[in-house]
Design a protein around this ligand. Sequence first.
Ligand SMILES: Cc1cc2nc3c(=O)[nH]c(=O)nc-3n(C[C@H](O)[C@H](O)[C@H](O)COP(=O)(O)O)c2cc1C
Length: 416
Amino acid sequence: MNMNTDQINLPNQHQPETRSVDAGLAHSLSEAQNSVPNRANGHARAVQDLARERAAAPFNGESVLILYGTVTGNSETLAKKLADALRPTGLTTRVRDMAHCQPNALTQANYLLVVASTYGDGEPPDDAAPFWQAVVHGNGLDLRGVRFSVLALGNTTYDHFCKCGRDFDAALERHGATRFYPRVDCDADYNRSAAAWINGVLRNLQQESFTAVSESLIRHGRFAEGLAAAERTRALDPLSVNAQIAVGTASLAAGLHDRAVEEFRQALAMGPATGAVRFHLGVTYIAMGRLSDAIRELEIATRSREDHQTRFEAILGHAYALAGRGHDARAILKELELHRAEQYVSSFGIALIHDALGEKALALAALRRAQTEHAVEFGLMTHYPPFRAIASDPGFRDVMRQLALPDERSTGGREQ
Ligand SMILES: Cc1cc2nc3c(=O)[nH]c(=O)nc-3n(C[C@H](O)[C@H](O)[C@H](O)COP(=O)(O)O)c2cc1C
C-alpha cells in the first residue's frame, strides 16, 4: 500500500484533545475492524473476484484520497486517524492538505474523503481558501465515478455552523461525484461524532468492495450468483443499510420483485439512506407495473435531504410519463435541463423520461449524449427501469453494442 501522510507537528495546546480522540476512535475502529470479512469460505472467492474487479477498475485499482483543511490541526489529526483506520484494507490511501492541492487532484481517486473546518464568517481555513473557491464556486470539474463523504468540523456557537464542510459536500455532488456515506457535522466536542463517521466510512468502503463483486456478477447476467454474493455481504454486517440495499437490487435484477420490495422495506426500517431506498423501491414498483406506488416512493426520494441525487427526479419523471402524467414529466425535464447549466445531470435519466413520453428521437439523442458523458448508469442498467419505446430501435441497439451491453439487459434482469 502506498501511504503518503504529510507530517506536520500539532500545536501543544491541542494534544489533550487529540489523545481523547485516539481513545474514542481506538474503541470504535477496533469494533469495525473486527468485522473485516475474514471468514474464509465463500469470501475467499469473493476476495479473488474483487481483486480482478479492482484490476479492471477505471482508476486502475481502488484508491482513496483523504483531504483536510485546517488551522489548528483537528482536521489533520482526524484525516490521519482515518488513514490509519484504512491501512488494513490494503486500499491505496493518500492524505493531502488542501492548502497544497489543485482541484484536479479530486479526479485522481475512486474515493474522496474530506475533513474540513470552518472559520470567520463561515469561511474555509485561510490556507485552504483557493482550493475551496475553485471547488465550491468553479465549474468544469468532472467527478463522475468518484465516491465521497465529508466530515465537517465546526462549533454551534458560530452563525455558520460547519459551512465549509457543507459547501464541499454540495459542491462535490454538483460536480457529479456520488456521496457514499452521509456528511457528519461536528461540534466543539467532536470525538464521538468523528469516530462514528470514520467507523461508518470504513464499514461502507468494505461493503462497497464486496458489493462490487455482486454487481460484477449481475453485469455479466449471473443473477443468482450476484444475489448470493449480496447475501454473503449482508451476512457479514446485518445492520448495514447498503448491504441490505444490495440484496434488494440483486433481487430486482433477478426478476424477484416481491422479494426486492421486502428487502427494501427492511432497509427502510434500518434508518439512513432513505432517499436511495425509496428510489430503488420506486424502480421496483415500476417493474411491477404499480405506478402509483412507484410515484409515491419516488416523490419521497426527491424530498430526501440527506442523500439526494438528481437521478431520483429523473426516474420520478419517467414514472409520471408512464402513468400518463405528461405535464408533470415535462416539468421535471425542464427542471433537469435548467440544473444542467450549473451541475452534472446525467443524460441517461433524461433519455428515460423522453422514452416513457414516447419521444423516440429525443430519447435516442439523450442516450447518445449519456454515452459520450460515460454515464455511470450504463454500468448497472438493472438498477433502472428498462427503455421501452426505443428498445427495438437500431440506434438503441447500436449504443448497447458500442458499450458491449447485451440488449436484454436494457429490458431488466432475468434469472438464468
Ligand atoms: C476564530 C474562529 C472562528 C471560527 N468560526 C467558525 C464558524 O464560522 N463556524 C463553525 O462552525 N465553526 C467555527 N469555528 C470552530 C472551528 O471550526 C473548530 O474549532 C474546528 O474544530 C477547528 O478545526 P481545525 O483545527 O481543523 O481548524 C471557529 C473557530 C475559531 C477559532
